[in-house]
Design a protein around this ligand. Structure first.
Ligand SMILES: *[C@@H]1O[C@H](CO)[C@@H](O)[C@H](O)[C@H]1NC(C)=O
Length: 206
């Protein structure tokens, strides 16, 4: 009996959900929702994190007071914070075409697990997004082969970007140099019809 009551209430709430979905569809079909369309942004970047030696681009700012994180190499403490100005390249090799810099910080964000909390801005210096930035934040659990971080915003041609980055360790060159693959799946708002029309009339009046 209890089962039949709960299943009928599930059916009722499914009906409500369908109704909500139908309303949402109707709204998205209205002309005012056209500006909600988005253009995909797909990028594959290699980030060179060099924590010492020649070509160093990452420096430790904060040494956590301890205890040591038992899942990491000795000498790693909860709260350790590193500032980076890491080179981004088109290919895996450090001498392949430079395409930007990853600037920001990562912190050992777990007391027990090998996890960094990352906050970096990717400045692009080549290609169609030259001069634009993507702001990336999230949890880098290095025990997983692929981690997911969030694209929380952007500037320039990437203004109001949203999406995610599939973040993985592509190669460990040495104890001081790790290469990360940043596979960006994001989108930006499509130019609105009004903006496109304004741009067109500017072009035609020129
Ligand atoms: C990127 O933009 C800067 C500034 O406008 C320019 O100097 C540079 O040549 C551009 N780089 C590429 C690879 O297009």
């Amino acid at each position: 009996m209890a089962i039949s009551i709960s299943s009928s209430s599930v059916a009722a709430s499914n009906k409500r959900l369908l109704l909500v979905a139908a309303v949402a569809l109707a709204l998205s079909a209205s002309p005012s929702a056209v500006s909600a369309r988005r253009c995909p942004v797909r990028l594959r970047l290699y980030m060179h994190d060099i924590v010492g030696g020649p070509g160093q681009t990452a420096v430790r700012l904060v040494k956590g007071p301890g205890p040591e994180n038992p899942s990491m190499h000795p000498g790693n403490y909860f709260g350790d914070t590193v500032a980076v100005d890491d080179l981004l390249t088109e290919g895996l090799a450090v001498d392949s075409a430079p395409v930007g810099r990853a600037q920001g910080t990562y912190m050992t964000g777990s007391m027990r697990h090998p996890v960094f909390v990352v906050a970096v801005t990717l400045l692009l210096t080549a290609g169609p997004y030259n001069g634009s930035t993507l702001v990336v934040a999230g949890r880098d659990d290095t025990s997983l082969p692929v981690r997911e971080l969030a694209v929380v915003g952007g500037t320039g041609a990437l203004r109001r970007a949203a999406g995610h980055v599939l973040w993985s360790t592509a190669r460990v060159e040495s104890a001081l140099h790790a290469v990360l693959l940043l596979d960006v799946h994001a989108s930006v708002p499509a130019p609105s019809k009004a903006a496109a029309t304004a741009a067109e009339s500017l072009v035609s009046s020129a």
